[in-house]
Design a protein around this ligand. Structure first.
Ligand code: HSE
Length: 306
C-alpha cells in the first residue's frame, strides 16, 4: 500500500469543566486527507483545498507533526500530504488537531503501524503546538482514540478512554467568527481561588462518574465550568442567550467547544438533540451573525481509513 485516504474527525475539547484534559470525538464533520509514500525523502504538502493554509511543511500543522514522526522513524522514503479541509481554522472544533493527527495516522498506516495511539498523539502534539502556541492534547486524543478521552498526564503522555453512554448526542453551533486558541489562552487567569478549584474538580469527577454509569442526570448536574467560561464566553456573541435556549429545550448541559467560538450541547437521544438544535438555530437566527449547526452521535471510532 502506497497511498491512503483518511477521515480525520472534528472534536470538542474541555467539555465544560475539563479544561485542557477532557475531549470527545464528533462523527458528522471532519477533514479528509490523502497520504502517499514516495521515493524522494522528506515531507511534502502537495494540495490544500477548503481553506488557505501554508504549503511550507514547517509552517503547516500537518507538516510539523509529520516531521516529528519522520525524524523519529527515519524511513527509507518520503511522504506527500493532500489536505481537504472541511473544519474551519479557528472554529473551536479541533481544526488544527484534525490536521495534526491526519498526517501521522496516515504515515503510520503506510509504514505498517510501528507506533501505537499514544505515540501518534505525541507526534501530533508538536503540530498542534504550532497553532495554539502551547502543548495540549485534549483535541488530539479524542481524534485518535475516539469517544471521550482524558489526558491524565502530558509528560509522560497518558491518555485514558472514558466510556460513552449509548444515547448521548452532541449538538454544535459554529458562529462564523474566528477565535484563535493562542489568543483565547492569553485572557485566562493565572491563578484561581481554592473555592473555584473545589467546585471545578467536584464537577469534573462527577462528570466522569456520570459517563461511566450512564447517569444522564449526573452528567447534567456536572456540566458547569466556573473557571474558564466566565472569561471566554465574553468572546462569543449571544453566548448566554443560546445557552439559556438550549437548556430550556432539553440540553443536559452546554459549554464553549475548545477555545470557541463554537459551543457544544449534550443531550439524551436524537429527538431531544433535534429540539436543542432547533432552539439554538432559532436564537442565533435573530442575530446578524452567520452560523452552522451539527448534530452528532459521539464518534467512538475516531480517525479512520476511507
Ligand atoms: N484546551 C484547549 C483550550 C483547547 O481551551 O485552549 C483548544 O485547542
Amino acid at each position: 500500500m502506497n497511498e491512503i485516504k483518511i477521515f480525520s474527525p472534528a472534536t470538542v475539547a474541555n467539555v465544560a469543566c475539563g479544561f485542557d484534559v477532557l475531549g470527545f470525538c464528533l462523527d458528522t464533520v471532519g477533514d479528509e486527507m490523502v497520504i502517499r509514500k514516495i521515493d524522494k525523502k522528506g515531507i511534502f504538502i502537495t494540495k490544500i483545498e477548503g481553506f488557505d493554509l501554508p504549503y511550507e511543511t514547517e509552517l503547516n500543522v500537518a507538516g510539523v507533526s509529520a516531521l516529528a514522526m519522520y525524524k523519529a522513524s527515519k524511513p527509507d522514503c518520503g511522504f506527500e500530504i493532500e489536505i481537504y479541509k472541511n473544519i474551519k481554522p479557528g472554529s473551536g472544533i479541533g481544526s488544527s488537531a484534525a490536521s495534526a493527527v491526519g498526517s501521522v495516522f496516515g504515515m503510520n498506516e503506510l509504514l505498517g503501524k510501528p507506533y501505537n495511539k499514544t505515540q501518534l498523539t505525541e507526534f501530533a502534539i508538536k503540530g498542534e503546538a504550532l497553532a495554539s502556541k502551547c502543548e495540549h492534547a485534549d483535541n488530539l486524543a479524542p481524534a485518535i482514540f475516539g469517544g471521550f478521552t482524558l489526558v491524565k498526564s502530558m509528560s509522560p503522555l497518558e491518555v485514558l478512554q472514558i466510556p460513552v453512554p449509548n444515547n448521548l448526542y452532541a449538538i454544535i453551533i459554529h458562529p462564523q467568527i474566528e477565535i484563535r486558541t493562542s489568543e483565547a489562552r492569553t485572557i485566562l487567569p493565572k491563578q484561581i481561588t481554592l473555592q473555584e478549584a473545589i467546585t471545578q474538580w467536584a464537577n469534573f469527577g462527577s462528570l466522569i462518574h456520570g459517563l461511566h454509569t450512564n447517569d444522564y442526570q449526573l452528567i447534567k448536574r456536572s456540566l458547569h465550568d466556573v473557571i474558564i467560561e466566565p472569561h471566554r464566553s465574553k468572546l462569543i456573541p449571544y453566548f448566554v442567550d443560546v445557552k439559556q435556549a438550549a437548556l430550556k429545550n432539553g440540553a443536559l448541559g452546554c459549554g464553549i467547544s475548545g477555545s470557541g467560538p463554537s459551543m457544544f450541547f449534550l443531550s439524551e437521544g436524537i429527538e431531544q438533540s433535534k429540539n436543542v438544535e432547533i432552539a439554538v438555530k432559532k436564537t442565533y437566527s435573530k442575530t446578524d451573525i452567520e452560523f452552522e449547526t451539527y448534530v452528532s452521535k459521539i464518534n467512538t471510532e475516531g480517525i479512520k481509513i476511507i
